[in-house]
Design a protein around this ligand. Structure first.
Ligand SMILES: [Cu+2]
Length: 297
């Protein structure tokens, strides 16, 4: 082979490689204009230092979310869902369009009508862009609501969407007295609230865990999704949610192991009854604890 033909061959190979790489899907096809909503009723982005309750259902979302199950739904049976995410103009929203927040690109907060079956799920990208898959086992009947929490790369700001699915059967009546403690798996969980929780006022909350026996044992609290605890609040009408993270953000400095305590801040704009679900990892096990609180005018 002559030197000239070698040069031509190497150049041709480089051109082919370049063209090939250009054809690969890179980056987001969705831009910030696709998430723009003008006028009243648009979702207001929250301040992470003082999280607000986000009225997802009444706010217009620039994102369309639909759900499809692979078979009829039944209590206690796992079912696979296909979730479709797109912009209002119909552009698919896939993994390249979202950035990782709290270790995942897409978080789903799922809750039944009695607010007593709460699940936090992370769908995986499906085969088609804009399709996401997750499996869920509903433990109750009725209209479940799914809130999606994600951050488009184009806007770098948290965005939300909601969709419902129905599990056949009679919706149970659940009477929840207010509670600020919850015992499970040998641990006592406590939510410390201000003496009065008023709507529209920033409130400081503390969340504590300790072992139940007389001899206090260390609590094997580990970070989950980049935080030592996640608190998610829902109102009874499930009009939206608030998602809170501890002020203690340094994961290299875990709280006291005998009685870990974490601090949170929240502002709830409307009075009413709320459930606050705490999610923690205790020695590799995911544990959820519900607290029922009343927010006064
Ligand atoms: Cu969280």
């Amino acid at each position: 082979m002559t030197r000239n033909s070698q040069v031509i061959l190497i150049t041709a190979a480089a051109v082919a490689l370049y063209a090939g790489i250009r054809l690969l899907p890179v980056g987001s096809q969705v831009n910030h204009m696709d998430f723009r909503l003008e006028g009243k009723g648009a979702i207001e982005f929250c301040d992470p230092a003082n999280p607000q309750f986000i009225p997802v259902v009444s706010a217009r979302s620039p994102v369309v979310m639909t759900l499809k199950s692979d078979r009829p739904l039944a209590r206690g049976e796992p079912v696979e869902f296909t979730l479709s995410l797109s912009t209002a103009s119909g552009k698919a929203i896939g993994p390249a369009d979202l950035i990782v927040e709290h270790t995942r690109k897409l978080h789903l907060l799922v809750v039944d009508p009695t607010l007593s079956d709460y699940q936090h799920l992370h769908p995986e990208p499906g085969r088609r862009v804009g399709e996401w898959k997750f499996t869920l086992t509903p433990s109750r009947a009725g209209d479940y609501r799914v809130f999606a929490d994600f951050t488009p790369a184009a806007t770098q700001r948290g965005l939300y969407a909601a969709a419902d699915f129905t599990v056949p059967g009679t919706v149970a009546t659940v009477i929840n007295a207010g509670n600020t403690t919850w015992q499970n798996l040998g641990y006592r969980f406590e939510l410390v609230l201000p003496s009065v929780l008023n709507a529209g006022k920033p409130a400081d909350l503390k969340f504590r865990i300790e072992s139940q026996g007389a001899m206090k044992e260390p609590v094997p609290l580990r970070p989950v999704m980049g935080a030592f605890a996640h608190l998610v609040a829902f109102d009874e009408a499930r009009s939206g949610f608030a998602h809170l993270h501890p002020m203690e953000t340094d994961l290299a400095q875990p709280p006291d192991s005998l009685r870990p305590e974490l601090s949170f801040k929240v502002t709830i704009p409307q009075p009413g009854r709320y459930v606050i679900w705490a999610q923690v990892d205790l020695g590799g096990m995911e544990v959820f604890a519900p607290f029922w609180v009343d927010v006064l005018p």
